[in-house]
Design a protein around this ligand. Sequence first.
Ligand SMILES: Nc1ncnc2c1ncn2[C@@H]1O[C@H](COP(=O)(O)OP(=O)(O)OP(=O)(O)O)[C@@H](O)[C@H]1O
Ligand SMILES: [Mg+2]
Length: 354
Amino acid sequence: MIRLHNVSKTYHLKGSRDGAPPGVIEALKNVDLHVPQGQIHGVIGLSGAGKSTLIRCVNLLERPTAGSVFVDGQELTGLSGGALNQARHRIGMIFQHFNLLTNRCVFDNVALPLELMGMKRAAIRERVAPLLELVGLADKADQYPARLSGGQKQRVAIARALASRPRVLLCDEATSALDPQTTGSILALLRDINRKLGLTILLITHEMEVVKSICHRVSLISDGELVEEADVGDFFTAPRTRLGREFLNDFLQLEPPRALIERLEAAPGEHTHPVVRLAFSGDAVSTPLISRLARECGVDVSILQAKVESIQERTLGLMIAELIGTSGETARAVDYLETHDLHVEVLGHVQRDD
Ligand SMILES: Nc1ncnc2c1ncn2[C@@H]1O[C@H](COP(=O)(O)OP(=O)(O)OP(=O)(O)O)[C@@H](O)[C@H]1O
Ligand SMILES: [Mg+2]
């Protein structure tokens, strides 16, 4: 439904900036992205990574310097003027700060894109009323934005974005200005819209919570490049890049105790034991694997941290543990865990005092 092929975006500035060649910022570098119909795809990255530039290139609010953009089978980068405007009706967008018109009531904000399309008043009324119903604001049609909470304003923006019956919804940090509870209700609404209308959603965020709660798939952007892409369950189980692991560890707060980190050695020694990070899902969550591990491999397991997360419909168990035994026993224990579909990462080795 959305396809970016080798998209780059370079900004030319008048002044020069540290690090980059004078006056040139490569905000996107050779980005390839495919979001199939009906999917919710998240792009996560640090501030300045190029997230907004990426999403604005999808509807050509920014025109890519190179590469092509396809939405719903049509190449937008080949269009301009009226044809591009027409194609944009199939793409809705919502923003961090809602971008509502303060001098228009809720109804008229949602009606605006339809007025611009030249739709008749009666047809507009028929289109807007069910949208306000959908976003839970049927009783607020006559209110002005100043009287609404942040969550309500974003609901108006969502209804407005859906007014032209788009096939795709772009969300630029749509919940970043909202408190956690309101964020939850807006994400639930987006999930609901995705299911009910089969709408394809591309969202960008710097919050793992957003990725965890509604995305099917996630890409990581760093310095204008997509550096990792995965199904969300796989990403939370085992991110492949260092940046991915940093995002995940920050989010889960799952690190060995500081005192132990300081004692971690990269290579195994004669009297050291491995410290491992285990991630498991599916059947492994409800199987008593740790006690079996102790019995079958003869190791002791010291659990340093553990938590269970729900990601989409999957339950994911995460644990940091020290495996205590001879090097043969601990190697066998790692094998045992891997053959039982656990993801095992050896964080380092620690010297035992006893
Ligand atoms: N219109 C512009 N002119 C010049 N440089 C720009 C422009 N827009 C973005 N940039 C630069 O491009 C890079 C990527 O910016 P972008 O806004 O896409 O990042 P972002 O990931 O959305 O960041 P944030 O999380 O802070 O919103 C930054 O270095 C930014 O300064
Ligand atoms: Mg941004």
